[in-house]
Ligand binder design. Structure first.
Ligand SMILES: CC(=O)N[C@H]1[C@@H](OP(=O)(O)OP(=O)(O)OC[C@H]2O[C@@H](n3ccc(=O)[nH]c3=O)[C@H](O)[C@@H]2O)O[C@H](CO)[C@@H](O)[C@@H]1O
Ligand SMILES: C=C(OP(=O)(O)O)C(=O)O
Length: 429
C-alpha cells in the first residue's frame, strides 16, 4: 500500500494547474448511458474513481476511447474521453462494483429511464456518515418508477417510461438531484424539482444534458424544470474545474505561506470558501484564468465556518480548513451540518500536535504555534488531504498511510506540490 512522505516547512511558490472536477466528471460519464450516440467529455481527471466508473459503465456495455492531453503536461493529466452506450448489455450494477464508490449508484437514473428497468446494489463510498438513498427512491417513485429493495439491491421498474411529476426534496441532495435530472430528461411530460441542489456540478450536468437535446431550465437555482424528450443524442462537453481541489491548494498555501497561482479554475466556483480564507488574512486575487493565493509574513487569524449546501461553505473543504485553523492565532469553531461523521481527521491532526475538541457537530480548534511531523493515517478522501496540507506546514517528516483515499480525488498531487517547492514523495511499500 502506497504512503506519502512529506518533509514540511517549505513555502509554496509557483503555478498549480487545477484538474477537471471528479464530482462533475462522474455524473457526466453516467449520463452517457442515456443515449446510443457518443458523448465526448473533455478535461476528465485521471483518478481512481474515474477508472472505477469506467469499469462499471463497461459492465453495462459502454465503450470508451481516450485521446487529447493538455500540451506540456505528461501522461496522467486530464483527458478527453469518448463514451458510447450503443447497446446496454445489462441493467444490473453488482455489489462488488458499486460498493466501492457511492456515485456508481447513480446509474439507476439513466438505466431505468432508457431501459425501463435497473437493479443496482446499495452503494458504498467514503465513511463519513450513514448516507441513505431514501431521497433517490422517493424522487423516482414520484416519477412513476416502482421500487423494491431486496437482498441489498434496489430494483427499479418503469415499463411505461418515466412520468411527469413534481418532487420537492425534504433535504438538499446533490446525488439525488443528478439522478432525477438524468431520469427526467427522457420523461413523458414535464418534471419539476423543488429544493434541488444548486452545486456547480449540477449546472455542468444540466448543460451537458441540454447539449444532448434535453430541455432543462433552472439548474443552479433550487427549482429545476425538465421537459422530457423522446431520445437524446451525443454531444461534446467540458468537465468544469475542480472547486474542491482549488480550495485545497488555496488552504495549503495559506498554511505554508508563499505565492501560488491556481490555473484553469475560477474563484466564482467557491466564493464562500475563498472568503473564509481571505478572512484568515490571506491574499486571494481572482485572475483571468484562475486565482492567485499569497501569504507572506503575518500569521493566520482564527475564522469560524459552518458547512452548508452550495453556495455555502462546502463540506468537502471542512477538513482542509480545520487543518489550516490548527495554525491560527486564537480559537475557531467548525460546524459540520451535512455529514454526521465527518471528523475522522481530528484524531490524526492531533498526532501532528493540533489541539481540537469535539462536541456534537462542532469542532473547537485552538491554534498552536507549530505542528510537528508524525505517522498518520488517511481515513477518507478529504481527511487525507487535510493531513497532507498540515504536514506541509509541520516541522520535520510526516508519513501519510492509506493514500489510496487520496488517489480517488487528487490528480498528481505529489507532482503539483513538488513543482511549487514542497518536499513530497510517494513511497511504494
Ligand atoms: C460524488 C459526489 O458528487 N459526491 C459529493 C456529493 O455526495 P452525495 O451526492 O452523496 O451527497 P448528498 O448531497 O446526497 O448528501 C447530503 C446529505 O443528504 C443525505 N441524504 C442523501 C441522499 C438520500 O437519499 N438521503 C439522505 O439522507 C446524506 O446522507 C447527507 O447527509 O455531495 C456531497 C455534499 O456536497 C459531497 O460531500 C460529496 O463529495
Ligand atoms: C465524499 C466524497 O466523495 P463520495 O461522495 O464519492 O464519497 C468527496 O468527494 O469528498
Amino acid at each position: 500500500m502506497d504512503q506519502i512522505r512529506i518533509v514540511g516547512g517549505n513555502r509554496l511558490n509557483g503555478v498549480i494547474p487545477i484538474s477537471g472536477a471528479k464530482n462533475a466528471a462522474l455524473p457526466l460519464m453516467i449520463s452517457s448511458l442515456l443515449t446510443d450516440d457518443t458523448l465526448t467529455l473533455e478535461n476528465v481527471p485521471h483518478l481512481a474513481d474515474v477508472e472505477r466508473l469506467i469499469r462499471i459503465l463497461g459492465n453495462h456495455g459502454v465503450d470508451y476511447s481516450v485521446n487529447g492531453r493538455r500540451e506540456s503536461q505528461g501522461a496522467g493529466y486530464s483527458r478527453t474521453i469518448h463514451f458510447t452506450a450503443r447497446h446496454i448489455v445489462t441493467t444490473t450494477a453488482p455489489y462488488d462494483l458499486v460498493s466501492k464508490m457511492r456515485a456508481s449508484f447513480w446509474v439507476i437514473g439513466p438505466l431505468v429511464a432508457r431501459m425501463g428497468e435497473a437493479k443496482v446494489s446499495l452503494p458504498g463510498g467514503c465513511a463519513i456518515g450513514t448516507r441513505p438513498v431514501d431521497l433517490f427512491i422517493d424522487g423516482l417513485k414520484t416519477l412513476g418508477v416502482d421500487i423494491d429493495i431486496d437482498g441489498g439491491y434496489v430494483h427499479a421498474r418503469a415499463p411505461k417510461g418515466i412520468q411527469g411529476g413534481h418532487y420537492e426534496f425534504p433535504k438538499v441532495s446533490v446525488g439525488a438531484t443528478h439522478v432525477l435530472m438524468m431520469a427526467a430528461a427522457l420523461a413523458n411530460g414535464a418534471v419539476e424539482i423543488s429544493n434541488a441542489a444548486r452545486e456547480p456540478e449540477v449546472v455542468n450536468l444540466a448543460e451537458c444534458l441540454n447539449a444532448m437535446g434535453a430541455r432543462i431550465s433552472g439548474a443552479g437555482t433550487s427549482h429545476i424544470v425538465i421537459e422530457g424528450v423522446q431520445s437524446l443524442s451525443g454531444a461534446r462537453h467540458r468537465v468544469l474545474p475542480d472547486r474542491i481541489e482549488t480550495g485545497t491548494y488555496a488552504m495549503a498555501v495559506a498554511m505554508t505561506g508563499g505565492d501560488v497561482t491556481l490555473e484553469d479554475t475560477s474563484a466564482s466556483l467557491l466564493e464562500t470558501a475563498l472568503d473564509s480564507v481571505r478572512a484568515a488574512g490571506v491574499e486571494v486575487t481572482p485572475t483571468n484564468s484562475g486565482v492567485r493565493i499569497s501569504r507572506n509574513g503575518a500569521g493566520l487569524e482564527a475564522v469560524d465556518v459552518t458547512t452548508d449546501p452550495f453556495p455555502g461553505f462546502p463540506t468537502d473543504l471542512q477538513a482542509q480548513f480545520m487543518a489550516m485553523m490548527t495554525k491560527a492565532k486564537g480559537t475557531s469553531q467548525i460546524t459540520e451540518t451535512i455529514f454526521e461523521n465527518r471528523f475522522m481527521h481530528v484524531q490524526e491532526l492531533a498526532r501532528l500536535g493540533a489541539d481540537i475538541s469535539l462536541s456534537g457537530q462542532t469542532a473547537t480548534v485552538k491554534g498552536v504555534g507549530g505542528l510537528k511531523g508524525a505517522q498518520v493515517m488517511a481515513t477518507d478522501l478529504r481527511a487525507s488531504v487535510s493531513l497532507v496540507i498540515a504536514a506541509l506546514a509541520a516541522e520535520g517528516e510526516t508519513v501519510v498511510n492509506r493514500v489510496y483515499h487520496l488517489d480517488r480525488g487528487f490528480e498528481r498531487l505529489e507532482e503539483k506540490l513538488t513543482r511549487c517547492g514542497a518536499e513530497v514523495e510517494r513511497l511504494s511499500v
